[in-house]
Design a protein around this ligand. Structure first.
Ligand SMILES: NC(=O)c1ccc[n+]([C@@H]2O[C@H](COP(=O)([O-])OP(=O)(O)OC[C@H]3O[C@@H](n4cnc5c(N)ncnc54)[C@H](O)[C@@H]3O)[C@@H](O)[C@H]2O)c1
Length: 350
């Protein structure tokens, strides 16, 4: 058995042995700690590689290993690393805006089902249109049998209700039998208020949604990833406002909440890395959505101002977040954890 084959064999065994029931979710720290360092995809092997891609052989190794069988072997292109075949994901705030765009991107990448968690009783028409489009993906493909269609699902839940979020995501786990991707995008931006007068009640409200809600969503998905032992990728939607202050805007609660998400990312990534659960944050710059429209529409001069604040000279589009989330969710980013990915049109570079 070659080194690569041996690793693959031990990885698949580990996956089977790691499946746990929901009742085992609450583990004492010692057992979690022991498991953190027992991942079979990481081995102590002297000067040999310490891990192997689930898609191996890829890259240069792929070129070398298929050389002998040319011209019959089909070279594997990099796009396969971005695919999400059969994966299951949740996206909070997936009812509209960036969350919906990201949920749709996961489906286009081949996910089996993506659950949009949002606070409204019923999804919007926009969401229904995306669901219908996603259901047609199979027919849009040239070879339908190689790409079964995805499902976009809607679940009403308030992300500030920890127990409700855990329960609803556990039910998704029960139904789908796996959990692979979490995007925590639900968030709010409140009207501007002088920092020295900012009401405590409103500050707490913003922190409750933008920080607690993000943690509860990530916890819920992480519990299911641990339960099924299939690793996973958690993507917390922060903002460039967590690293910079938006010039001329009195957004103390929002900015503080986004900084907290950046540290939450690092902290979670360090605790969960041993279980193969990756945690990264994505920090968009100014993107035109309903959230930002509340500022831009009544104050058109802000279009020019915000656009002038980055080297590209424009606002971002929600669809410009598609590539980065699919990369973070997929096997194309398996060595990326604890990172913040800034996608701001270069706003932060000035
Ligand atoms: N638009 C931007 O320029 C921008 C920039 C950086 C970061 N972000 C972040 O991206 C995320 C999405 O922003 P957007 O622009 O798409 O905003 P949006 O207002 O269009 O979407 C936010 C979604 O979150 C949902 N939501 C709010 N509170 C909730 C709760 N308690 N429980 C469940 N769902 C809830 C809303 O119903 C809505 O569907 C937010 O976290 C935001 O802070 C946005």
């Amino acid at each position: 058995m070659s080194f690569t084959q041996a690793l693959r064999y031990s990885s698949s065994r580990h996956t089977v042995l790691s499946i746990r029931s929901a009742s085992n979710l609450a583990k004492p720290f010692s057992s979690i700690h022991a498991r953190r360092f027992s991942s079979s995809s990481t081995v102590s092997s002297g000067n040999k590689p310490q891990s192997v891609s689930a898609l191996a052989p890829i890259g240069v190794e792929g070129a070398l290993s298929t050389r002998a069988s040319l011209p019959t072997s089909t070279p594997r292109k990099i796009f396969s690393e971005f695919a999400l075949p059969d994966r299951v994901g949740i996206v909070s705030g997936g009812g509209r805006g960036l969350g919906l765009e990201m949920a749709m991107a996961l489906c286009e990448a081949g996910a089996r089902a993506v659950y949009c968690l949002d606070i409204h009783e019923k999804p919007t028409e926009e969401w229904e249109a995306v669901k219908e489009y996603v259901g047609r993906l199979e027919r849009l493909e040239q070879n339908p049998s190689s790409h079964p269609s995805s499902r976009l699902e809607y679940v009403k839940v308030n992300v500030t209700d920890q127990k409700a979020v855990w329960k609803c995501v556990e039910e998704i786990g029960d139904r789908e039998g796996r959990m692979d991707v979490c995007i925590a995008a639900a968030g709010v931006l409140k009207p501007e208020q002088d920092v020295l007068e900012y009401p405590g009640e409103e500050f707490s409200e913003v922190m409750n949604i933008n920080v607690n809600g993000v943690l509860f969503t990530a916890q819920a998905a992480g519990q299911q990833m641990r339960r099924f032992g299939n690793k996973g990728s958690i993507i917390l939607i922060a903002s460039m406002s967590g690293s910079i202050t938006n010039h001329g805007h009195a957004w103390i609660a929002y900015n503080t909440s986004k900084s907290a998400v950046l540290q939450m990312t690092r902290s979670m990534a360090c605790e969960l890395g041993g279980e193969g659960i990756r945690v990264n944050s994505l920090s968009p710059g100014h993107i035109y959505t309903k959230m930002t429209a509340q500022y831009l529409e009544p104050q058109p001069h802000l279009f020019t101002k915000w656009s002038s604040l980055n080297p590209l000279g424009r606002l971002g589009r929600a669809d410009e977040m598609r590539g980065v989330v699919v990369w973070l969710a997929s096997d194309a980013s398996t060595f990326c954890t604890g990172s913040d990915i800034l996608v701001s049109g270069g706003h932060h570079a000035w």
